[in-house]
Design a protein around this ligand. Structure first.
Ligand code: NAD
Length: 461
């Protein structure tokens, strides 16, 4: 099928590339010209395991193209994905201005045959109908001559433009985005037009039938067809649930810390209950990234707009904010005065296998340590001093873990990168002023760390 994906970030680029890989003809559009040039040269602007390889093969096969020309993308696609960012505004509300600009742009160029416009971006509940209206506004604005007081709907009908909006929320995880696209737990399609839903099912058929799955013998991927608002709500509710689950175990960890219980053992004992499950029960410095914080805030905000005070979600956010402070408290407990001390952060990104620093707990922790007069160094396998983005300041990024340890008074595990399991910890301990290890992800083995010469503290253990 002919597909256009607008916005080539973590979601758009992965979606466009994977759809091209399974045989569709995809044009990816981005208004960032530098990014487009990079992608045309076969390079991925983001770090995502496996992405570059399939990007290059799909481009070579002619199935994947990149452009900054929205008109060309809209003319090409029978299915047009909107995959631009929806960051949080200061009041927690979702900033939909990029979606609005794209919807307007689609309206300005929409011609001829029936098209499906897909909201892949995480958009506030009710946005499906709103996007339809913005597209119609775009159509109306370009067709001013002879259309006087006609509505966008009437103008579209008159010039023979037909389209429907479908909500198709994305559940991929950064760090395993390609894997998740080929091995989804479910595909959610929200809309009120059966032709549009049928086109989306056809688009995803190879994935639904698990032709590109790791385990092709599994039953077909469940497709959940709903109305527009329910599909939008599924995305928010799923992320809010996962964030709350982490905040829950962090609350338990803080109680464990006071009682002398070990939250790692507690979580295992809880998670073996099939009603609970093991996932998202790792206590630590809390959730971050480009999705959980903004999606939970947006849901709280929407609830508020509709007269509901979302107590539980607000508490999940509060527990998460407090959790970032716990690292500072543990450092103060170990080192007493932080002014003049050097703290080394193992990892910077909000989770392993990504270069995404948006709302990473490291940002808060660096800010607080700087405020308390500590010098902060870091080492991260993908974030370098020159590659620092998103306004990260007050930290010097070393090129390896041993340089990081050298002269530090404490190390803090911020991100559970697998390679951190195999560092030469006895050597690192010897290079430090004070061999203090605060494990913000309960990732390392306390006994091994003690044997390596560290004073080890985890979260709730
Ligand atoms: P991103 O910020 O990485 O990428 C957005 C892209 O859109 C950028 O490349 C930007 O240049 C481009 N863009 C902005 N305005 C444009 C315009 N007018 N025309 C063309 N391109 C434009 O965002 P992301 O992380 O990929 O997230 C996209 C959406 O998907 C968000 O709503 C997010 O909540 C949702 N989502 C993200 C994830 C994730 O893990 N990142 C997972 C699920 C859902």
């Amino acid at each position: 099928m002919r597909v256009c994906v607008i916005g080539t970030g973590y979601v758009g680029l992965v979606t466009g590339t994977c759809l091209a890989h399974i045989g569709h003809h995809v044009i990816c559009v981005d208004n960032n010209e530098a990014k487009v040039q990079l992608m045309k040269a076969g390079q991925s602007p983001i770090f995502e395991p496996g992405l570059s390889e399939i990007m290059q093969s799909a481009t070579a096969s002619g199935n994947l193209e990149f452009t900054s020309d929205l008109a060309a993308g809209v003319a090409h696609g029978d299915i047009l994905f909107i995959a631009v960012g929806t960051p949080a505004l200061a009041n927690g509300e979702s900033d939909t201005r990029y979606v609005e600009a794209v919807a307007k742009g689609i309206g300005a160029h929409l011609e001829g045959d029936y098209k499906v416009i897909v909201n892949k971006s995480t958009v506030p509940i009710g946005s499906g109908d709103w996007v339809r209206r913005i597209v119609l506004d775009g159509i109306k604005e370009r067709e001013t001559v002879g259309n006087g007081g006609a509505s966008g709907e009437e103008v579209a009908k008159k010039i023979g433009v037909k389209f429907d909006v479908v909500s198709n929320p994305e559940f991929l995880r950064e760090g395993s985005a390609v894997y998740d696209t080929f091995n989804p737990d479910r595909i959610v399609l929200g809309g009120n037009n059966s032709k549009a839903i049928a086109m989306m099912q056809e688009l995803y058929t190879p994935i639904i039938e698990r032709k590109y799955a790791e385990d092709q013998s599994l039953p077909a991927v469940p497709v959940v067809v709903t109305d527009l608002s329910s599909a939008e709500m599924i995305k928010y509710a799923a992320n809010a649930f996962l964030a709350t689950k982490i905040s829950f175990i962090n609350e338990v960890a803080n109680i464990c810390d006071r009682m002398g219980a070990d939250v790692v053992q507690v979580a295992r004992g809880m998670g073996l209950d099939s009603r609970i499950g093991q996932k998202f029960l790792n206590a630590g410095i809390g959730w971050g990234g480009s999705c959980f914080p903004k999606d939970v805030s947006a849901l709280v905000h929407t609830a508020d707009d509709y007269g509901y005070d979302a107590h539980l979600l607000k508490a999940a956010v509060e527990v998460n904010q407090r959790q970032r402070q716990i690292v500072i408290e543990k450092l103060q407990h170990e080192l007493k005065i932080l002014k003049g001390k050097t703290v080394g952060l193992l990892g910077l990104t909000f989770k392993p296998d990504t270069d995404d620093m948006r709302d990473a707990p490291a940002l808060n922790i660096i800010e607080q340590l700087n405020r308390l007069g500590a010098k902060v160094k870091a080492y991260d396998p993908v974030v370098s001093q020159t590659g620092l983005r998103h306004g990260l300041s007050g930290v010097f990024v070393e090129t390896d873990a041993e340089r990081l340890a050298d002269g530090c008074d404490a190390l803090v595990v911020i991100t559970e990168w697998q390679q951190f399991r195999h560092l030469d910890y006895p050597k690192m301990a010897k290079l430090m002023n004070n061999a203090v290890m605060i494990d913000g992800r309960n990732f390392l083995d306390p006994k091994q760390m003690q044997a390596a010469g560290f004073r080890y503290t985890g979260i709730g253990r």
